[in-house]
Design a protein around this ligand. Structure first.
Ligand code: SF4
Length: 247
């Protein structure tokens, strides 16, 4: 039609006056072949039908989210795992601890922080904070053990992170305590430096978040105990817990 109007103008005829909505229609971007075939770009794709699988952020309870994660094969870490380690603790916890990923013992048991580092974390929670493990929630950024305890790769973190974010949204704790550089970088970006940036409040999903050293780092460098305790004391103060003089 546009072409016919152009031909008329070339032949010296005045163009007919067209209603504005028809002008707009003619000026719309051309529809590509891929769109005609139904291969729409992501941002133009119509909402899928009601029968589609629900996404992580649509799960409203930890049980539903765990069911949604299922026997996950979304990233390569599933190949080497014995058990997927989803997380454990009080679904209404005021405090959530987040580590980077399961290690050997966690992979065997299917529970977070149960090895040597886990025992130290339990000591911090029980002896230092005066809480029990049952009163907090403990989980990791990636839910499957990276081979030989290597750091999870960026792609693995990216794929698994929505599960953690949804865990945080469902529990909606008053405070989050992030353990170590890898977990902090997953939440706050690669620029996070554990030695310089730990001990300062940040916000994750609207929740005050403190990062401290990973218990494994604490075991390797016991002289970081003082700094860790300072960070934990800040967490306790934020929660209104009584802070003992020493732990
Ligand atoms: S690490 Fe996360 S995304 Fe990867 S397989 Fe395990 S649960 Fe799935």
């Amino acid at each position: 039609m546009k072409g016919r109007l152009r031909d008329h103008a070339d032949m010296g005829f005045d163009p007919p006056s067209l209603p504005q909505d028809l002008v707009d229609y003619l000026d719309r971007p051309a529809v590509s072949v891929s769109q005609k075939k139904g291969v729409l770009p992501q941002n133009l794709a119509p909402e899928k039908t009601a029968s589609r699988e629900k996404r992580a952020w649509e799960q409203t309870s930890l049980e539903d989210l765990r069911t949604h994660v299922g026997d996950c094969t979304r990233c390569g870490l599933h190949k080497g795992r014995t058990n997927l380690v989803f997380g454990e603790g009080d679904p209404n916890a005021r405090l959530v601890f987040i580590g980077e990923g399961p290690g050997y013992d966690e992979d065997r048991e299917g529970r977070p922080f149960v090895g040597k580092s886990g025992k130290l974390l339990t000591k911090i929670i029980e002896d230092g904070m005066g809480l029990s493990r049952d009163q907090v929630y403990i989980c990791n950024v990636v839910k499957c053990r990276p081979p030989n305890n290597r750091d999870p790769e960026d792609k693995e973190v990216r794929i698994c992170l929505p599960f953690l974010i949804q865990q945080i949204r469902i529990i909606h704790p008053e405070v989050i305590c992030v353990l170590g550089r890898i977990a902090a970088q997953a939440l706050f970006g690669k620029g996070f430096r554990i030695t310089a940036d730990r001990g300062q409040w940040r916000v994750c999903e609207g929740i005050p978040t403190m990062t401290t050293f990973h218990p494994a780092y604490l075991l390797r460098y016991p002289n970081t105990k003082r700094e860790t305790w300072e960070d934990i004391k800040q967490v306790m103060q934020k929660l209104g817990l009584e802070v003992k003089k020493d732990a």
